[in-house]
Design a protein around this ligand. Sequence first.
Ligand SMILES: [Zn+2]
Length: 80
Amino acid sequence: MKNFLFLLLFLVSALSPSFSAVSLPVKVERIQPITEVVYITNTGKKYHKTGCRYLKSSKVKTTKAEAIAAGYTACKVCKP
Ligand SMILES: [Zn+2]
């Protein structure tokens, strides 16, 4: 009986990755604001959306969460 329960647990854990893979696109969309890709420059302390005029000199790809954690603030021109 214990072996059966173990097998059942194994099956559930083996199946769950496929379940999360199915629901993943929805999850990715929900966390989009946190993992949103933004760009920082080597000189400024602002983060930008791609195409912003302030990114002409340098453009370092990062995420919004990382930029905020590093002390960067949103650019007032492109409003990322
Ligand atoms: Zn900008």
